[in-house]
Design a protein around this ligand. Structure first.
Ligand code: GUN
Length: 285
């Protein structure tokens, strides 16, 4: 029987701490942290994320702006909005929800965000800071995973960590954060030979490939910590992770559920970055 890592509970605890810190910060500086979220098109999953981000801002005491733009928004219009927000004093963090509709150049948009306001840590400047281990902004989902481990008393130091997935949002920065904490890290992907055998080496397995219920017991070493970053919709509309929970849970020592595991932590880390952004802006005044 695995212990459940409760992301909802850990997230609520961190958000309560952030709300306290924010109150003190506002009292001290007169600055209310401000986050702008931009979403283009009508991807239902993205709309849910944006709604949750706005709710989290209200709960913690931030100022927030949400821009819900139509699918046919042009590159120039989106770039103009990002540039305007770069210059807005009350906005400390800018987030452009991904994926963008196909006709838009994602890379150009992310490059246009002022790295000081890049609370997603997607700008190459911030990616570089993460690479060398000297960073203000945490990549949200991987940092959420690290916080879950820390709050559960699990140290990656000296452990075999296997990250499955090599995206810029999760897999690559996740590997880097694990390395910074002295894990021995393997990154797997679609061309990995004998994926189950590599995964069975893992003391800590991070599943981030976006395939519903893909990881079954044959991928798991007895007693492994299993972190499920997946968020997939089953045909019946139910949310499910990359891990086949029923098959894996009896073999794992700790496991994150979906929903209620990594998911809530991503927004919590975004909130943390937004306060960091406001602090950096205040320090420059
Ligand atoms: N789409 C899926 N995850 C994320 C995220 O963490 N940030 C942004 N901007 N878009 C996403």
């Amino acid at each position: 029987m695995a212990k459940l890592i409760n992301g909802k509970e850990i997230s609520a605890q961190i958000r309560a701490e952030l709300a306290e810190e924010t109150k003190a910060f506002i009292a001290e500086t007169g600055i209310t942290p401000g986050l702008a979220v931009i979403i283009v098109g009508d991807n239902p999953a993205s709309q849910v994320y944006v709604r949750n981000k706005r709710r989290a801002c209200e709960e913690i005491g931030y100022y927030s702006e949400a821009y819900e733009l139509p699918t046919e928004t042009t590159q120039e219009e989106l770039m103009a909005l990002v540039r305007r927000l770069n210059g807005e004093e009350k906005i400390h963090g800018i987030l452009v929800q991904l994926p963008l509709p196909k006709h838009l150049d994602e890379h150009e948009v992310l490059l246009a965000i002022d790295p000081k306001k890049d609370v997603d840590a997607f700008h190459p400047t911030n990616v570089g800071h993460i690479m060398i281990g000297d960073y203000a902004y945490l990549p949200c989902t991987p940092a959420g995973v690290m916080a879950l481990l820390e709050k559960s008393g699990i140290s990656p130091a000296g452990k075999e960590v296997v990250v499955v997935g090599r995206s810029n949002i999760v897999g690559k920065p996740q590997a880097m954060l694990m390395l910074h904490q002295n894990a021995t890290v393997t990154v797997c992907h679609s061309r990995t030979v004998d994926l189950p055998a590599v995964c069975r080496r893992a003391d800590i397995l991070v599943a981030a490939i976006g395939k519903a219920d893909f990881f079954t017991a044959e991928y798991i070493k007895e007693g492994a910590v299993v972190i499920d970053v997946g968020m997939n919709r089953r045909a019946d509309g139910k949310l499910t992770g990359d891990v086949d929970f029923a098959s894996v849970e009896p073999k794992a020592s700790y496991i994150t559920p979906v929903p209620g595991g990594v998911g809530p932590m991503t927004i919590t880390m975004l909130m943390k970055n937004t306060l960091t952004a406001a602090r950096l802006a205040a320090a420059k005044k």
